[in-house]
Design a protein around this ligand. Structure first.
Ligand SMILES: [Zn+2]
Length: 435
């Protein structure tokens, strides 16, 4: 090598072993160089000091060079894979912007250093849509070069140089829920018990409602009917046949020994009436029952044993009605669903429980109170005082001493007839009224 090309540090300085660092030039050999200090344990061989120092210095130099070389490589590698600035394009919903980051950046780091570019995770919503947690929903949504990067892959996904990144708000997530089905009781608004004759038109049926219950919030949301309830319908009829002057005589609690005298009067006066008979009495007086039918009267049921129906549970109520009709049929041969509840007592609950068993519950317009034995005149006067077209008159041919009823009956019929009344059965009354 031409000495003129050498850097100053390599100019001969007298001693071949001299090493130079950082361009400094040692002015001459010194007995103990700084490197000698490294060899303090085994150097300074008195027999060959120069040779010993030489080897040490060569090894140290080689190691240093290797370190520097490898250090440079590491630096370069870090530069190329970790530190080198790169640009990516980020669109967070307000237009693309160029973002300076570094090579090898992962999605999670890019978002963390840039505040997720202003985007937010979705909310966790309660089942009713109210907010349970502001950030409990889906994570911020990221795509890199058109590919979705799920949250779980953010830390493993490197964003390439010049990548097109989109960042969007996370989706709201609604809490999980359980589904419950509640019974919706059918309505009774269409149960009209204001009329003198009440007829069962439609059985009620319960519906069903679906309710969602939030698993976290416990909030309930009505999702509406899954099965529509069916209203119970009982209609009321108060017959007033147009252009007529009719009246219906009715006799309860029989048959008994007073049925025959009553039937005798009716036969003599050529009047048709209606008998609301007890099932057990019908069985006890089957001849009276058959005579009523034979002579053109209407027979109907007044229950089997005359209980107060509201005191009965549903099963007993139904049994009373069913047995009453069955015994009436056994005694009279007549199958009917015409009914008068004892004391007239038959409310919404009874209609719910047994409305399907009866076609109608027949009440009355005129109560003679003959059962209290007020005297034949009082019974007669009670009818005449309130007589009107379509009236239903309540009397009794059973349940006690009905001699006053038998006594009053001929005059009641005669006086009504004088006023122009015709006598009809309940079925005839309903038919005449067109209902
Ligand atoms: Zn009665």
């Amino acid at each position: 090598m031409d000495d003129s090309l050498r850097p100053p540090s390599f100019q001969p300085a007298g001693d071949v072993e001299e090493l130079s660092f950082g361009g400094s030039v040692r002015p001459g050999r010194t007995p103990r160089s700084s490197f000698d200090d490294f060899d303090a344990g085994n150097g300074d061989n008195p027999n060959n000091p120069k040779r010993s120092h030489l080897w040490v210095r060569v090894v140290v130099g080689l190691v240093t060079a290797a370190l520097l070389a490898s250090g440079g490589g590491w630096t370069w590698w870090m530069w190329d894979t970790r530190w080198r600035p790169i640009d990516v394009t980020v669109d967070s919903g307000t237009g693309a912007e160029t973002v300076r980051t570094h090579v090898g950046v992962t999605v999670d780091v890019l978002l963390e250093r840039n505040g997720s570019f202003g985007r937010m995770p979705g909310r966790l919503l309660a089942i009713d849509g109210s907010e349970l947690k502001a950030d409990g929903g889906g994570s911020v949504k990221v795509t890199v070069d058109g590919t979705d990067v799920p949250h779980g892959l953010w830390s493993d996904t490197v964003v390439p140089e010049h990548a097109a990144v989109t960042v969007a708000n996370g989706d709201d997530v609604t809490e999980e829920h359980t589904v419950r089905h509640d019974t919706v009781a059918f309505g009774t608004d269409d149960v009209d018990l204001t009329g003198v004759i009440q007829r069962f038109r439609q059985a009620g049926r319960n519906g069903e409602r679906e309710v969602w219950v939030g698993k976290e919030s416990g909030i309930e949301v009505d999702k509406g009917l899954t099965e529509q309830p069916v209203e119970m319908i009982v209609e009321s009829v108060t017959p007033r046949p147009a252009g007529r002057k009719v009246i219906a005589l009715t006799f309860d609690d029989g048959p008994s020994q007073y049925s025959a005298p009553v039937l005798d009067v009716l036969k003599e006066k050529k009047v048709k009436a209606t008998f609301f008979d007890l099932g057990e009495q019908s069985l006890a007086w089957p001849d009276a029952e058959k005579r009523m039918v034979a002579e053109g009267h209407q027979v109907a049921s007044h229950s089997n044993t005359h209980p107060n129906m509201p005191d009965l549970d549903a099963d007993a109520l139904r049994a009373e009605i069913t047995d009453g009709f069955a015994n009436l049929k056994a005694a009279s041969g007549v199958e009917t669903t015409a009914f008068r509840s004892p004391y007239g007592a038959f409310g919404v609950k009874q209609w719910e429980a047994a409305g399907d068993l009866i076609g109608m519950n027949v009440l009355w317009d005129i109560d003679t109170r003959d059962w209290s034995m007020p005297g034949a005149n009082a019974i007669h006067d009670a009818v005449m005082k309130d007589a009107h077209n379509g009236a239903i008159v309540l009397m009794h041919d059973g349940g006690g001493d009905r001699s006053q009823t038998v006594e009053a009956l001929p005059r009641i019929i005669d006086d009504l007839r004088k006023q122009g009344y015709e006598f009809v059965t309940i079925d005839q009354l309903i038919k005449l009224s067109g209902k």
